[in-house]
Design a protein around this ligand. Structure first.
Ligand code: ARG
Ligand code: ASP
Length: 710
């Protein structure tokens, strides 16, 4: 019976690691090559990643530190998502030229707009440095000694390699600290905005459709990487020239059929596929529901005011999108984990792990591992809950969060250098301008009342910031806060900064919003973090051990390391899915669907007149599918996560099919437990992207730069 259980569990876990699950290290792709080719791939692992000749990896970049982008011409032309380029589009937008609303297209290179602060990173090489990093590290070392040894080794290796390369050198941990890889990166800093569709296309469906299939978002924007005359990274200069990449992606106009092999190449940020059941349960059933409830209440308040006033709607659009993105995702995580029995599957697997452990004393360091997990996660829980309240309830009171910007100024003394104070004043004036542009006090007052009540009702006194324990009546406190604090009045803040002198510090220190902020920060620094830190360190140790144990238990299995913002390949098939009994989703959507959703009265569903005209005339040119329609988006069973936004999704020949931008709501649990039946990524079809550029925006010159395979 025991043996049966063990083999069943292993079968289950290998089934969980089916073709399609996993975020693979490109330099080790030779181990996946056979499976990828069996699934239909016609290129080799070496075509995807090589350091001896140009390969697809030379066309993939980390965009803006949080998304992926890809190079599609010999002149450094780059594609990413609209939501990834959003901040830079906004940076260049004003009432006179509102590129967010109207879109923007540089008709020649002189019109391309520099984006200060935007970086694009190319991975040049990756090396396995596990042995060097773990040199002198032993199993019986204390964690502290272990970390110190690793830090020392890392520093030394980086210093040595830096002498031999012009690239930026870093080392990252994989497999929960069981393996280490060195990365050589080239960072470009002159990146310019080339084009973006109007929001009615780039954000079509908005927050309503976010995380949802069927989807019709033209989620793309276009940039260009510039370099100095020798092709090296250089800060913005009018003399810089378009960067010539070692490789750019070819673009397929053939589209993809159901069942076709497809892969995504990009920068997934973070997954946790190897956690114990107790951690998944805590995340999905304790932490996420709290964050969802708190954010849900705030979003309801935003909605109420946004519906009443157009100006408020715009002011709170970005905040709404930010809060709403996590809110909706975490709801999906809880739903998915419970519906698809994620915790039970993990428990089942853990039983087999324990049986495997207790077979021999050689595995004694894994004994009780799962019990220790249980104990530590239980210890962690109240602090994690406290942290969730702090970030979602406390710091979402905008007035208090904004006051926090002045914390440093409130600490200046006669010994603080004058230049330092002057710098603070300048940046605070900037911050204040930004803040008040999008601030609506009635919303914030209502949020404050709701969140403080939440806090007082649901968090015990010693698990909340101390200022809360002095509140007798929330309404009276909020009334006092908003009448006494200067931070809800732009004029007062500006006057204060204008006339700032040392004696003003007292006034600052007494401001109730800053008092509340300090109380929250002190609570975190003194009561939460010191408790959480050692528990998290111990959990990291246990997790490292558990990861190692899982790999030892199944030596035949090919494990993929959790995402950690390094370049990865993930693959699967273009396919739809059946999220529920009786529901069967097709794998693609078309322009017809945009017309079906059209509603001039609902902001998210306004259709551009020009797009309607093209639709009515069926003027799709060579971008139409062979079925005659204009395909907009498609789903695939490719394992992706945050950071994969903007990643290319490629066909069997390594040609661009589309840009990844989201996942289906039913499968958002994939960061914790991946289920091939239900987890789907969503991409915008490259033919729709080119159609919008060419036919809608008249920017055919950009398409002409690309290599198109018809
Ligand atoms: N859900 C996608 C990703 O996490 C897209 C987010 C941007 N779109 C939006 N409507 N908020 O991050
Ligand atoms: N929308 C996400 C991103 O911005 C992608 C995802 O979570 O699937 O990276």
């Amino acid at each position: 019976m025991k043996r049966l259980l063990l083999s069943l569990a292993i079968l289950l876990s290998s089934a969980m690691a089916f073709a399609g699950e996993g975020m693979w290290i490109p330099m080790l792709l030779q181990y996946n090559e056979k499976e990828m080719q069996e699934m239909g791939m016609r290129i080799t692992a070496d075509d995807i990643y090589s350091i001896n000749h140009s390969s697809l990896k030379d066309a993939i970049v980390l965009f803006g530190g949080g998304c992926t982008g890809e190079i599609v011409s010999d002149y450094g032309l780059l594609l990413t998502n609209h939501h990834c380029g959003y901040d830079y589009i906004q940076q260049h937008s004003s009432v006179n030229h509102d590129y967010l609303t109207d879109g923007f297209w540089a008709m020649d290179r002189s019109q391309e707009l520099p984006c200060p602060g935007l970086t694009v990173v190319f991975l040049r090489e990756m090396r396995d440095v596990t042995a060097q990093v773990l040199d002198q590290v032993t199993d019986d070392m204390t964690e502290e000694k272990r970390q110190a040894t690793i830090n020392e080794n890392t520093k030394r290796i980086i210093a040595e390699v830096e002498k031999t390369t012009p690239y930026k050198v870093s080392i990252k941990a994989f497999f929960c600290g069981n393996e280490y890889y060195l990365l050589l990166n080239e960072v470009f800093t002159d990146v310019r905005l080339v084009g973006c569709p109007p929001s009615n296309i780039g954000k079509f469906g908005g927050d309503t459709d976010n995380w949802v299939w069927p989807r019709h978002t033209g989620d793309f924007s276009v940039f260009r990487v510039y370099a100095d005359k020798d092709g090296h990274p250089a800060d913005y200069s009018a003399d810089n020239v378009p960067y010539k990449p070692a490789k750019h992606l070819d673009i397929s106009l053939k589209g993809a059929e159901e069942g076709d092999f497809a892969f995504v190449f990009g920068y997934p940020a973070r997954t946790n596929e190897y956690l114990p059941a107790v951690a998944v349960d805590q995340e999905a059933n304790v932490i996420d529901p709290i964050a969802v409830r708190l954010r849900g209440e705030i979003l309801d308040i935003y909605n109420k005011y946004q519906e009443q006033d157009r100006k408020v709607r715009i002011q709170y659009a970005s905040k709404h999108a930010g809060l709403g993105n996590g809110w909706k995702k975490w709801m999906g995580v809880t739903e998915g984990i419970n519906h698809f029995h994620g915790v039970e599957k993990k428990r089942f697997y853990e039983k087999s792990f324990e049986e495997w452990c207790y077979v021999t004393f050689q595995r004694s360091f894994y004994f009780n591992l799962l019990e220790q997990f249980d104990k530590k996660y239980k210890e962690l829980e109240p602090y994690k809950v406290a942290y969730t309240y702090l970030t979602n309830a406390g710091l979402n009171i905008e007035l208090i969060d904004f006051a926090g910007n002045f914390a440093k100024l409130s600490q200046v003394t006669k010994d603080t250098p004058k230049e330092e104070i002057d710098d603070m004043i300048v940046s605070l004036k900037e911050a204040s301008k930004e803040f008040f542009k999008n601030y609506y006090q009635p919303i914030d007052e209502e949020v404050a009342k709701t969140m403080l009540n939440e806090y007082l009702e649901n968090q015990p006194a010693d698990f909340r910031p101390s200022f809360l324990n002095e509140i007798k009546d929330v309404d009276a406190y909020v009334a006092m806060l908003f009448s006494k604090s200067m931070f809800c009045d732009e004029q007062k803040v500006n006057d204060f900064l204008e006339k700032f002198r040392l004696s003003s510090v007292k006034k600052l220190q007494k401001d109730p919003a800053l008092v509340a902020y300090q109380s929250m920060i002190n609570f975190y620094r003194e009561d939460v973090n010191p408790k959480m830190k050692p528990i998290n360190e111990e959990l990291a140790r246990l997790q490292r051990l558990y990861m190692k144990g899982q790999m030892q238990m199944e030596p035949e299995k090919h494990f993929s390391p959790d995402a950690n913002f390094t370049l990865r390949v993930t693959y699967g098939k273009v396919e739809g899915f059946k999220p529920q009994d009786g529901k069967n989703y097709r794998h693609f959507t078309t322009l017809e669907g945009i017309m079906e959703k059209e509603n001039p009265d609902i902001y998210d569903y306004v259709v551009e007149p020009k797009l309607k005209e093209l639709f009515n005339n069926k003027d799709y040119g060579r971008y139409a599918d062979k079925d005659g329609t204009m395909h907009v988006a498609f789903t695939a069973s490719v394992h992706t996560t945050g950071g994969n936004s903007g990643s290319p999704i490629l066909n069997a020949d390594g040609q661009l099919l589309g840009l990844n931008f989201d996942r289906c709501w039913e499968g958002t649990m994939s960061d914790l437990v991946y289920d091939p039946n239900i987890c789907r990524n969503i991409s915008v079809d490259i033919r729709y992207v080119l159609f919008i550029m060419d036919k809608f925006a008249g920017a055919k010159h950009l398409v002409d730069e690309m290599t198109i395979v018809e």
